[in-house]
Design a protein around this ligand. Structure first.
Ligand code: V0D
Length: 253
């Protein structure tokens, strides 16, 4: 907790980067990385090419967010709905964690990034699960930014799971107190993470698509038409800059 607090304080001071970033850096940024398929289609490429490019962008944005002093970066990599996609596409997606880690794990360790996973791991193919567990284990001692992958994640099922486990804990008398927001949040998959300060969704869709419904209650939203594979440092700055302006307006009243 102290580590997180230190990083938050460091970030909320003046981490300047170019002309902007004079204000507080959002501690937790969550991203819905949409538009990979559309990006590929525009280039007459297979959807997998868009996903592959999108994976490289996760790496770039991670590096940049880390250097700005962001504390947690949560990225929506695979939703519980994504199983409905064509079989070939799903099996391609399931290979990305291993490729991402084979390529980038040494750099993530070097940069002190801690990888976490949020979602139902029980349905993942073994090779996918092996890769993500290795990443989580190999970075668990790192004390820098948390890179949190929402993988086979859906928020309603997360909330239902929490309710179910609360009911179980009442029955077995592990839980006797009234349920507060804090207690409820402890049963969510995001349990130990501070709620997102900023949500980014790319590719022009303005929906939550079952992403972190509870956790986004007070979050600032930033939508852009930029497709995820085209998203870069400049766009991240735009989003943070918009976040800072809103913060200032609110504080100024
Ligand atoms: C495709 C754009 C990294 C969105 C990004 C299994 C969709 C690229 C990972 C990854 C995906 C996940 C866990 C981990 C390390 C890397 C990833 C999926 C899709 C779905 F520990 N990118 N990425 N996972 N895409």
């Amino acid at each position: 907790m102290l580590r997180i607090l230190k990083r938050w304080l460091a970030g909320s001071r003046t981490k300047t980067s170019g002309e902007l970033l004079e204000g507080p850096i959002p501690f937790h940024i969550a991203i819905i990385m949409d538009g990979n398929g559309r990006w590929a289609k525009k280039r007459a490429l297979p959807r997998s090419a868009g996903h592959h490019e999108g994976m490289k962008v996760v790496r770039r944005v991670t590096k940049h967010a880390n250097s700005l002093g962001v504390g947690i970066l949560t990225v929506y990599a695979f939703s519980t709905e994504n199983w409905k996609r064509p079989k070939d596409e799903v099996s391609y997606l399931m290979k990305l964690p291993a490729e991402f880690l084979n390529t980038f794990l040494p750099e993530l360790i070097e940069e002190n990034v801690q990888v976490r996973i949020m979602g139902d791991k029980s349905m993942l193919p073994k090779h996918t699960l092996d890769a993500v567990e290795r990443a989580v284990n190999d970075t668990s001692q790192n004390s820098g930014m948390i890179l949190n992958f929402a993988l086979n994640y859906g928020s309603r099922s997360e909330i239902l799971g929490a309710v179910q486990r609360i009911v179980d804990d009442y029955k077995n008398e592990h839980l006797q107190k009234d349920i507060t927001e804090e207690i409820f949040a402890d049963y969510l998959m995001s349990n130990k993470l501070k709620d997102p300060d900023l949500l980014i969704r790319t590719s022009g869709e303005m929906r939550l698509s079952n992403f972190m419904l509870w956790q986004l209650a007070y979050t600032e939203f930033w939508f852009t038409d930029v497709l995820w594979p085209d998203f870069n440092e400049k766009h991240l700055h735009e989003a943070i800059s918009a976040y800072q302006k809103r913060g200032r307006r609110f504080g100024g009243i």
